[in-house]
Design a binder for this molecule. Structure first.
Ligand SMILES: [Zn+2]
Length: 359
């Protein structure tokens, strides 16, 4: 399966702290030394707040992230655990034959008896393959009758181990009800597969997939020309002529201001190459854009990200839409944390909102 570029479905995750859990070699190699070191104290489930790591971004096919996230929200099983299980079971659905020697089936390699339920007479004393017709394995009434874990996530009226959404949701349902939703992730995984080395591998990759632990993935929608909204916060100042909040002068506000919290990750709106990443004037940190980044997207399109508290991408870096390039802040001429975002076409700033799917 090919990885899609993160143009349409972009995975963005808030980062609440600058510290990361994954330290040492992996960090040096996989994260390019871009993250401040240090251990974070964990939040719920033993995971600290955090985000998709660079490793996660490179390892997990992007199209699955929204499905993991939706399943995580519904069943309480962390998305990174679902991603790790998916990796382990079928290498993200890339195995040619997604049916195992003992009868596990589909994207997440369910045993039919787990999917429909072990109370089914054909499951008694067996390894879990049972004796079902395909229709019986996918039957919602059969699953309801026996109390199985299969769910119909895509709304087509059947619960299929061979449908990616159904499979991921069913795994989230199973793991969530087996303890993951209340924090016992390892215990839940041990029920899925009784091999402790399996559990250790799932936990290892689940940890590598995040910088500081489980968190919500937001999926911004791409607007015109493939630009995605870098911050979901409210527009606090529109593009156009305005009285400058600090100088009091009438001046073109060359971008849109999007409310954010200090340290919120700022993604690239579109793939491109970083052409500026520095203070506008380090001797005057309260002036202008403060710390800002500019990205050249080709075709005459450039974007600007102003008032950053932290610069992550450097000049010359190639970035994808959704790649975290910096953190939101209030550097430069700013009265509070916000992202000043510009789209510049052939040297002239334009109103970014139509490009972001807004007005
Ligand atoms: Zn602004």
């Amino acid at each position: 399966m090919k990885k899609i570029l993160m143009l349409g479905g972009v995975a963005l995750i808030p980062i609440f702290l600058a510290a990361v859990l994954v330290i040492g070699l992996m960090m040096t190699i996989l994260m390019g030394g871009n993250n401040a070191s240090g251990n974070s104290a964990g939040g719920g489930f033993g995971w600290g707040p955090g985000s998709l790591s660079n490793f996660g971004e490179s390892d997990i096919p992007a199209q699955f992230l929204p499905i993991y996230q939706a399943a995580a929200e519904k069943y309480g099983t962390p998305w990174n655990v679902l991603a790790s299980v998916h990796r382990k079971e079928t290498s993200f659905s890339t195995h040619l034959t997604m049916i195992s020697g003992v009868g596990a089936e589909g994207h997440l390699q369910f045993m039919p008896c787990t999917f429909v339920e072990w109370n089914h007479p054909s499951c008694a004393g067996g390894v879990g393959k049972g004796d079902f017709t395909t229709a019986e394995k996918e039957s919602l009434s059969m699953i309801a009758k026996y109390g199985g874990y299969g769910v119909d996530a895509n709304g087509d009226g059947i619960a299929s181990m061979w449908d990616i959404e159904d499979a991921i949701f069913s795994a989230a349902n199973y793991l969530g009800k087996s303890g993951a939703a209340s924090g016992d992730i390892e215990g839940a995984l041990l029920k899925y597969n009784k091999d402790t080395s399996y559990v250790a591998e799932i936990m290892k990759y689940a940890t590598l997939y995040v910088e500081q632990g489980y968190n919500v993935i937001e999926v911004p929608q791409a607007g015109q020309n493939g630009f995605v909204r870098p911050i979901n916060g409210a527009v606090t100042s529109n593009f156009g002529m305005r009285t400058h909040p600090i100088t009091g002068k009438q001046k073109l506000h060359a971008g849109v201001d999007l409310g954010c919290y200090n340290g919120e990750p700022v993604p690239a709106s579109k793939a491109g190459k970083v052409i500026f990443s520095a203070w506008q004037d380090s001797s005057r940190p309260g002036v202008g854009y403060g710390q800002y980044i500019r990205i050249d997207h080709g075709g005459g399109y450039v974007t600007t990200y102003g008032h950053l508290s932290r610069l992550i991408a450097g000049v010359g870096d190639t970035v994808q839409a959704g790649s975290v390039i910096g953190e939101c802040g209030s550097t430069g001429g700013s009265t509070g944390p916000h992202l000043h975002f510009e789209i510049i076409i052939n040297g002239s700033p334009v109103d970014p909102m139509p490009f972001l799917g807004g007005k």
